[in-house]
Design a binder for this molecule. Structure first.
Ligand SMILES: NCc1[nH]cc(CCC(=O)O)c1CC(=O)O
Length: 310
């Protein structure tokens, strides 16, 4: 067993909470091992004034950590699984995917509380195309305002930018103890989460057998299977994270069920579908559902989207 493990993390409050959480689990399990945290800055942390959809590129929040891991500077990195590209760099693996308790999205609207009660043309802040499309699908009258920055910045903007509501992941708010701000958890038929939302990913070197063995206890197999299916779906559809798709996988009793949606950014064109299969075939299930949805209108929606971007 290793005597010391170095965890790389971003410096945002959420990233630090996640890294400290994993560090605490490791210290409890291996009291004799030194667990160190190393703060790093990623491209996604540096560019704060541009909507994520416009920056493009994959792994904005992971690349610098991965370079440090490959060079041996750190042994593992803790990420929100949602921020991880579907393909990892050569030499790195997902050592563990943690139990996912809160996959959903939350509405924070101190004044109106729920989506139904928002007045016509209400200003709702979100920087995610996925949330924007699904909101507009349910409420075409809403005004969507771009909202970037860390969780605390976004919460502040609710007041400073004069917004009627903002949308954030339930998981992030819970982790930081800010869930008392949540006024509604959006139901799945209104808003499906992003691929991997709510789960933590522990990344390590594929050839570092000792570290991999030490991290195994952090893995929650049903969450890993469910998110494997989600990630295979995403890889088949496109690969990037800034397209208006929502997908949620649930594993149990040897089966995985995927619910997914592909939408145009204005929420007017919609393809929804669901598929259940055996847990052993989780990635295949994701790919099958993606192909089926692309063939039944999804491809046209995405083609138009990429045309707009050009
Ligand atoms: N895109 C940033 C990000 N990455 C992970 C989370 C929340 C935690 C999670 O989904 O695991 C958030 C904030 C948000 O989307 O509200």
């Amino acid at each position: 067993m290793k005597q010391k493990l170095v965890i790389g993390t971003r410096g945002s409050k959420l990233a630090l909470w996640q890294a400290n959480h994993v560090a605490a689990c490791l210290r409890e399990r291996y009291p004799e091992v030194t667990i160190e945290l190393k703060n790093m800055v990623t491209t996604g942390d540096k560019i704060l004034d541009v909507p994520l959809a416009k920056i493009g590129g994959k792994g904005l929040f992971t690349k610098e950590l991965e370079v440090a891991m490959l060079s041996g500077e750190i042994d593992l990195a803790v990420h929100s699984l949602k921020d991880m590209p579907t393909e990892l760099p050569e030499g790195l693996v997902l050592a563990a995917v943690t139990n996912r308790v809160d996959p959903g999205d939350a509405l924070i609207s101190p004044k109106y509380k729920t989506l139904d009660k928002l007045p016509a043309k209400a200003r709702v802040g979100t920087s995610s195309l996925r949330r924007k499309a699904q909101l507009l699908n349910a409420r075409p009258d809403l005004t969507i305002v771009d909202l970037r920055g860390n969780l605390d910045t976004r919460l502040k903007k609710l007041t400073t930018e004069n917004l009627d509501a903002i949308l954030l992941a339930v998981a992030g708010l819970r982790r930081l103890g800010w869930d008392e701000h949540i006024t509604q958890v959006l139901p799945q038929d209104v808003c499906l989460p992003a691929v991997g939302q709510g789960a933590l990913a522990i990344e390590a070197r594929g050839n570092d057998a000792e570290t991999l063995a030490m991290l195994e206890f952090l893995n929650h197999e049903p969450t890993r299977q469910a998110t494997l299916a989600e990630r295979a779906f995403l890889a088949e559809v496109e690969g990037g994270c800034q397209i208006p798709i929502g997908v949620y996988g649930q594993a149990g009793d040897g089966e995985v069920t995927l619910n997914a949606v592909i939408m145009s950014p204005d929420g007017k064109e919609v393809v929804r579908d669901t598929l259940t299969g055996q847990v052993e075939n989780a990635p295949k299930l994701g790919r099958m559902l993606a192909v089926r949805m692309l063939e039944s209108g999804g491809r046209e929606i995405l083609a138009k989207l990429f045309e707009i971007e050009k």
